[in-house]
Design a protein around this ligand. Structure first.
Ligand SMILES: NC(=O)c1ccc[n+]([C@@H]2O[C@H](COP(=O)([O-])OP(=O)(O)OC[C@H]3O[C@@H](n4cnc5c(N)ncnc54)[C@H](OP(=O)(O)O)[C@@H]3O)[C@@H](O)[C@H]2O)c1
Length: 245
């Protein structure tokens, strides 16, 4: 894909897993990429100039506003943003407190939509731009222990539909990917809490096996690309067949 040569794309969750794979594919397609994450050392390994690196905790609105101010000082607006930052939690609801329930909602839902709201208020997204949000197969096919995480992702799916309508008049497209289990630090953390049988059963329910970060980054680049210029309000399953198995 050479069409990314002129494009300016922002990626959150860029320091790890799927977000990082998106950054690497975008860079090899010639995009000008701005990266966001809390782990500055991990972001530094991407080899970008310092004006394209934003170390921030997205649950901190003051930090988000500071990112927006810095982005405004850069020439041009954004052609796309990939909002991949997220956390996974895994615990039966009966054991959770308000604080436990709030954690995935704060990162996966509130700060994702809040960051986007600030980008929109600052008119940082160009006409014709593309927003890619991250749901999860768990939103529709969750297991026990996933109430808070799965519902934080279900909310992202609802937001995808509503926001696609809100932004259509500006020709800004809004889509989401709904990934099955992808081998990243997040899934390793979650899988390590399962028994060997539970892990094998989960893997067996992915007809094409578990995914790699690049398996999700490819469809994300498609949604960002001009080839998807009439695609909006879609939650795209990228799950090796998990959702239909
Ligand atoms: N892996 C899967 O199986 C899977 C399946 C379905 C959906 N997803 C979704 O895909 C997305 C990427 O997941 P992943 O597997 O690539 O996870 P990951 O490897 O754990 O990476 C998560 C990323 O989110 C960033 N992040 C988390 N909290 C943040 C905060 N408060 N502020 C700023 N950045 C924050 C992390 O940044 P720092 O490390 O720099 O803090 C990291 O870059 C997530 O939204 C996840 O829910 C993943």
């Amino acid at each position: 894909m050479t069409e990314f040569r002129e494009k300016r794309i922002l990626v959150t969750g860029a320091s790890s897993g799927i977000g990082r794979a998106c950054v690497l594919q975008l860079l090899s397609s010639g995009a000008h990429v701005f990266v966001v994450g809390r782990n500055g050392a991990a972001l530094a390994t991407l080899g970008l100039p310092s004006n394209q690196i934003y170390v921030a905790d997205l649950t901190d609105e003051a930090g988000v506003k500071a990112i927006v101010v810095r982005l405004k000082s850069e020439p041009g607006s954004l052609d796309g943003c990939v909002l991949a930052a997220g956390i996974h939690t895994f615990r039966p609801l009966i054991l959770e407190t308000y604080v436990d329930i709030r954690r995935p909602w704060e990162t996966n839902t509130q700060s994702c939509l809040g960051f986007l709201a600030h980008l929109l208020k600052a008119r940082l997204l160009a006409r014709g731009g593309s927003v890619v949000l991250f749901s999860s197969a768990a939103a529709r096919k969750a297991g026990a222990g996933a109430v808070s995480y799965a519902s934080s992702k279900g909310a992202i799916e609802s937001a995808t539909y509503a926001l696609a309508l809100e932004l259509a008049s500006q020709r800004i497209r809004v889509n989401a990917v709904s990934a099955g289990i992808v081998r990243t630090p997040m899934s390793e953390g979650f899988m390590s809490k399962l028994t060997a049988e539970q892990r094998a059963s989960l893997e067996a329910r992915h007809p094409m096996g578990l995914g790699e970060p690049d398996d999700v980054a490819g469809p994300v680049l498609f949604l960002l690309s001009n080839a998807a210029r009439w695609v909006t309000g879609v939650v795209l399953p990228v799950d090796g067949g998990y959702s239909i198995a």
